[in-house]
Design a protein around this ligand. Structure first.
Ligand SMILES: [Zn+2]
Length: 588
């Protein structure tokens, strides 16, 4: 395909000096200012030509890498008959995220939020034998999810474009091989897109899979909290991350308890009045000198199977509800103040593990406190000189959020915290959908077995925003060469007669080198053209001015480094081709 040549004066490539007030994130503001997107409604955007070009380049990379793994592209409808979602139970369980409507005959339909049911139906109709497996199908298609809080432009829209892929295998071992192939393909895709990312262990949440990982793009504006190790490859979503302190401190707590039960070590537990205390901060203030958050117990209450469960943490630590749900085997939420009062008989500010009327789960870091304080399960009363193993006991289990500085669970080096944007997610789904929908194949012994499935998503439009989050400066976007809407922007600023001829000749030579070119032929001041070239973020800029034309030279500026060099006009196209190759090689 011949690379494009676009004249700015005759194009829909609008630039804006200011972004709308609600565009707080750099990617949101810049994608509006550089004319990539415009808002149509809440969480609904149109892609203008600049945005569409970037998406097309992302799509090309994704297709190349998936096709290389033997995946086959299909296209499923954006409107789904309810019967498929009823088979899996998701017609109900999707809740308000699913946009439901009726057609003229009164049949229930939904806008597709994802396609597991439809693709499972393809497999049960079209695949019969183990000899046909593995099969990997994918599509690049529009999804709609009625998110309560769409935000950040393309980062979390209600309608968005997704690449979703699905694998069908004979058994779990084969499904894991498909999963590993996709993991490698995703790693190549995200590398070629110029993204700084981490592959993190994730909670498979509502999908119910046996193995999953997220491809998290590091960005300050990310919604997800991650911890990563500086020394090894360990990376995890803070929702599920463990820390090396878990085992170490469980041992320490046992030691502390033993020491405490020895004669004369720690004074006997004592009750103190703490009138008006409602939370940890006010409890610490009421207990006075020597009491701090990191040597006090924080006790939270959840209701599980109609009974109260106490969750004991060090005062400065945060509860991890995902870990807790795994421990209890069901999703739980903290009990309201009224519920705590009803279940325990005390105000939530005065709850503690000593004589708690129910199950007690203790984080190892809390149990390790040699000498601590806690609520007395009696409103306006606390206990001091409290020792684990002497005054209270419980199930010691890691239920806290990991923090920066905690030791890595694999190698012990210090963990650091990042925020991330989820760019991709891969799952082994198992037989969840194939069993529910009776999607079977015949194995070599003639036995009917459910397909073992995997599913793999990439938020395509979200990636546009994520790339900008990582690749911008105060002046605008700095596209990685692999996805840039144009390779070169030509900026003629000379009024000399030969200028037009030189521009035409150079742009043709650049196209012959396989480079796409944007010519800023607008009747604007040089300063305006330079500002827009930086805002658009095209990797290479060629400036043709009076002095240069006189000397037979062009000025070449690299957007990323800002470096400018003078190049003889006759060599300019070859020179730019070499620079472009260099930029592309940096993305391999
Ligand atoms: Zn490590």
């Amino acid at each position: 395909m011949r690379p494009t040549l676009t004249r700015l004066s005759k194009s829909l490539l609008p630039s804006l000096r200011e972004a709308p007030k609600d565009a707080q994130l750099p990617s949101h503001a810049l994608s509006i200012r550089a004319g990539l997107i415009r808002q149509v409604g809440a969480g609904l955007y149109e892609l203008l030509p600049m945005g569409r070009k970037v998406l097309r380049h992302i799509e090309t990379i994704v297709r190349e890498e998936l096709d290389a793994e033997g995946a086959q592209e299909i296209l499923m409808p954006g409107v789904l008959p309810a019967e498929y979602l009823r088979e899996s139970g998701r017609w109900e369980s999707f809740g308000d995220v699913l946009c439901r409507f009726k057609d003229r005959k009164g049949a229930d339909l939904a806008l597709s939020p994802t396609h597991e049911e439809i693709v499972t139906d393809i497999a049960r109709r079209e695949l019969r034998s183990y000899r046909q497996l593995p099969v990997m199908l994918y599509q690049v298609q529009t999804k709609f999810r009625d998110e309560p809080r769409p935000r950040g432009g393309l980062l979390r829209g209600r309608e968005f474009i997704m690449k979703d892929a699905y694998s069908f295998d004979v058994d779990e071992a084969a499904a894991l091989q498909s999963y590993e192939r996709m993991r490698k393909a995703y790693t190549r895709i995200f590398t070629r897109l110029g993204l700084d990312f981490r592959v993190v262990d994730a909670d498979s949440g509502a999908m119910g899979g046996s193995r999953s990982a997220e491809f998290q793009i590091l960005a300050r504006s990310g919604e997800d909290k991650l911890v990563t190790c500086s020394a090894c490859a360990y990376a995890a979503n803070a929702e599920v991350a463990t820390s090396g302190t878990a085992e170490a401190s469980a041992a320490a707590s046992a030691t502390a308890a033993t020491a405490a039960t020895g004669p004369g070590s720690i004074p006997a537990m004592t009750r103190v009045a703490t009138p008006g205390v409602t939370d940890m901060q006010s409890a610490i203030a009421a207990l006075g000198e020597g009491h701090t958050l990191d040597n006090a117990l924080k006790t939270l209450v959840v209701e599980h199977q109609g009974k109260p469960v106490a969750l004991v943490l060090r005062g400065d630590h945060e509860l991890n509800l995902v870990k807790l749900s795994t421990v209890l085997g069901a999703p739980v939420a903290l009990a309201s103040r009224e519920r705590v009062q009803a279940l325990v008989g005390a105000n939530p500010g005065s709850i503690g593990p000593v004589n708690f009327p129910g199950r007690v789960i203790v984080d190892p870091q809390a149990a390790a406190l040699a000498h601590t304080s806690c609520g007395a399960n009696e409103t306006d009363a606390h206990l001091v000189h409290v020792v684990y193993g002497r005054d209270y006991e419980g199930e010691i289990t890691d239920i806290r959020m990991v923090e920066a500085g905690d030791p890595c669970p694999r190698c012990g080096a210090s963990l650091s915290e990042h925020r991330g944007i989820e760019g991709g997610h891969i799952f082994v789904l198992g037989t969840h959908y194939s069993k529910k929908m009776s999607a079977h194949f015949t194995d070599e012994n003639g036995e009917e077995l459910p397909f073992v499935m995997g599913c793999y998503g990439i938020g395509m439009t979200r990636l546009i925003a994520a790339i900008i989050e990582q690749h911008h400066d105060a002046a605008g976007i700095r596209w990685p060469a692999s996805v840039a809407p144009f390779d070169v922007v030509l900026v003629p600023i000379s009024k000399r007669a030969e200028s037009e001829e030189v521009v035409t000749a150079l742009s043709e030579s650049l196209r012959e080198q396989g480079l796409s070119v944007l010519i800023d032929d607008r009747n604007e001041r040089p300063g305006v053209k330079f500002k827009d070239a930086e805002l658009f973020g095209i990797p290479l800029r060629v400036t043709l001015g009076d002095r240069g034309l006189e000397a037979g030279q062009a000025e070449v500026t690299e957007r990323r480094s800002g470096e400018t060099t003078a190049v003889a006009l006759g060599d300019a196209a070859a020179h730019l081709k070499r620079m472009h190759l260099g930029l592309m090689q940096g993305l391999e």
